[in-house]
Structures are given as structure tokens and as C-alpha cells.
Design a protein around this ligand. Structure first.
Ligand SMILES: Nc1ncnc2c1ncn2[C@@H]1O[C@H](COP(=O)(O)OP(=O)(O)OP(=O)(O)O)[C@@H](O)[C@H]1O
Length: 300
């Protein structure tokens, strides 16, 4: 089933296009990362999906329902962590989660939900006294309360320490295992790479690339560098220069640096070994999705 489907979805503010003819399809059970530089149109797209703002043109369905006509039903079935999430300072964490469960007619144990996001010790503390990271975790707890079919998370890693970042990752993965679909925007690209099935890259309101994180690295031509330390001052590199995929080989006082796709690294090492080069150690520096993101966004 298609969980999110937009057709030529467009939003203009004062004649300026924030999102332009966006065609987006997210399937049931996917973790989809919605990426893009500041001002690319990510939050505007989420706002249109949630009917917080009306499109200037085009259509969107969420969970098979019309994003505008059926917004109430979509809200009940969707857990949302909005951009710039704010707490009610006088309410406790427990009261925040209980409110969402009640509003959505759902059952659940607020304490258990808060424990899942690492707020087990702050359940009855007023949220106004929570740190920024704790408030963000509370936002995540409210999003997952009631086991929604879809999670829409706008910058879920924002303001979190490494422990919090890992926790979001674990919660997102667990939610998908439960059967939810997850759609989130993020600038924290290494995390995106670790959990997303697919990513879409938005630039100036347009979807300029889409696929698995690996697809995007390949599309951008991001290469891997393999550094090999040998015990020779002038190791023979002719055989590896002729291997498929090898882009560049340099040799400096026994250290060979090979630029090639990650899949070619094993052949390079094996070929060097076959030609009698004594490999002492090696290191693979993989091109990242961040490299791909910058290249694709700059080229577009
Ligand atoms: N209410 C508004 N009125 C006028 N322009 C707006 C409004 N909301 C967004 N925009 C403009 O629309 C464009 C897209 O903004 P949006 O917030 O969707 O980007 P974003 O990708 O979410 O950015 P960020 O990563 O910085 O959160 C920007 O140029 C922004 O200035």
C-alpha cells in the first residue's frame, strides 16, 4: 500500500515557489528520509501532508486518505513530531502523553512510552523544566503514543546528544518493526544513512534525487579511498591500475592510495597480494551520503 502519495504538489508564498510539482511516493513499512538544505521545502511539504497549510496546486494522500478532506482521520492515525516542537511548561511528561492518547482515543501506558524515550526518571516532572534534548524526546514519545500507522518526524535528531541520537534511531527502527511507516526530515546524514530504506533529496522545492543511500552515493559518483601500507618503497601497482572500477592510484613511499568503488576494494587487495606486494595494513575511507548530498544539491 502507498502511505504517502503526492502529485504535482506545489506551495507558493507571495508568488515564490517553496515546493514545486512534487511527486512523492512512500510505501507501507518504509523508513523514508526526506533530505535537503535549509529552505529546500521539507517542512512546507510536511505541513501540506498534515493540512497545516494548503497547497497552491496539486494533491496529496496520506494513508490512502485525502490530505485536506480527511485531515482529522489522518491526524488520529499519524504520530507527528513537528518542527520547533514546544511543550506545555506546566504539564508533566505523563500528562503530555496521556493527552495525546486521550485525544486519539488510543490506549497505552504513558510511563512505559516515556521510558522508551529515556524519560523514565522524569515522568512526573513538569516539562517546562526539561532540557532541550528532554523536550525533543518528549515530542518523540507523543509521536509514538497510541501506536500510529505513520510517523512523521521533522528533524527528530535536533538538539540531542549522541545517546539521544542513538535512542531515536532505535525507536524509529522498533516502530517500523511494529509495522509503522516512518517519514522524517533530517540534516543528520550519517544517521539517515544508517536507518533509511530510501531517501529523497529536495533542493529548491524540487525532488532532485531519490533511492537507497547507496543509490545516491552512486548517482553522485562518490568514491571510496583505499589506503594500503606496504613494506616496499616502490610496490608494483600496474596490475591494480587495470582493474575494473579503479579510478586513480597513487604511490608515496610505500603507501598506495586507490580511488575506486567500495565493491572493488577486495579485488585491489587480492591483486596486490597476488603480485607479491606485502600488505602491512589498510584503511577504507568510504565516500559518505553527505558527500553525495552536497554534490547533488550543488549540481542541481
Ligand atoms: N509561512 C511562510 N511564509 C513565507 N515563506 C515561507 C513560509 N514558510 C516557508 N517559507 C519559505 O519556503 C521555503 C521553504 O521553507 P521550509 O521551511 O519548508 O524549508 P526546510 O527545507 O524545512 O528548511 P530547514 O531545513 O531550514 O528547516 C523557504 O524559502 C522559506 O523561506
Amino acid at each position: 500500500m502507498t502511505v504517502i502519495n503526492t502529485t504535482e504538489l506545489t506551495k507558493r508564498y507571495n508568488g515564490e515557489s517553496a515546493v514545486t510539482e512534487l511527486d512523492l511516493v512512500v510505501q507501507d513499512g518504509e523508513i523514508y528520509g526526506f533530505l535537503g538544505p535549509n529552505g529546500a521545502g521539507k517542512s512546507t511539504t510536511i505541513d501540506m501532508l498534515m493540512n497545516y497549510t494548503r497547497p497552491s496546486a496539486g494533491t496529496a494522500t496520506v494513508l490512502g486518505l485525502d490530505a485536506q478532506q480527511d485531515a482529522s482521520e489522518i491526524h488520529v492515525r499519524t504520530g507527528i513530531l513537528p518542527d520547533q516542537f514546544g511543550v506545555y511548561s506546566t504539564l508533566t511528561g505523563r500528562e503530555h502523553v496521556a493527552y495525546i492518547l486521550d485525544a486519539n482515543g488510543a490506549t497505552g501506558n504513558p510511563e512505559g512510552i516515556l521510558e522508551r524515550v529515556g524519560l523514565g526518571n522524569a515522568v512526573d516532572q513538569r516539562a517546562g523544566g526539561y532540557s532541550k534534548g528532554m523536550q525533543q524526546r518528549l515530542g518523540l514519545a507523543m509521536a509514538i503514543a497510541g501506536e500510529p500507522d505513520l510517523l512523521i518526524l521533522d528533524e527528530p535528531f535536533s538538539g540531542l546528544d549522541p545517546y539521544g541520537v542513538r535512542l531515536v534511531r532505535e525507536v524509529v527502527t522498533a516502530e517500523r518493526e511494529r509495522g509503522a511507516t516512518v517519514f522524517f526530515s533530517s540534516h543528520v546524514l550519517d544517521q539517515v544513512e544508517r536507518i533509511c530504506d530510501r531517501v529523497g533529496l529536495l533542493s529548491n522545492g524540487q525532488l532532485i534525487a531519490e533511492g537507497t543511500p547507496k543509490d545516491l552515493r552512486d548517482l553522485a559518483g562518490v568514491q571510496t579511498q583505499l589506503r594500503i601500507d606496504t613494506d616496499s618503497d616502490s610496490p608494483s601497482t600496474q596490475a591494480i591500475r587495470e582493474l575494473a572500477g579503479v579510478k586513480d592510484v597513487s604511490d608515496d613511499a610505500g603507501q598506495i592510495v586507490v580511488t575506486c568503488p567500495r565493491t572493488a576494494c577486495y579485488s585491489v587487495l587480492e591483486t596486490l597480494d597476488d603480485t607479491g606486494v606485502n600488505i602491512q595494513s589498510f584503511d577504507i575511507e568510504q565516500g559518505t551520503i553527505e558527500d553525495a548530498f552536497v554534490k547533488l544539491a550543488t549540481d542541481s
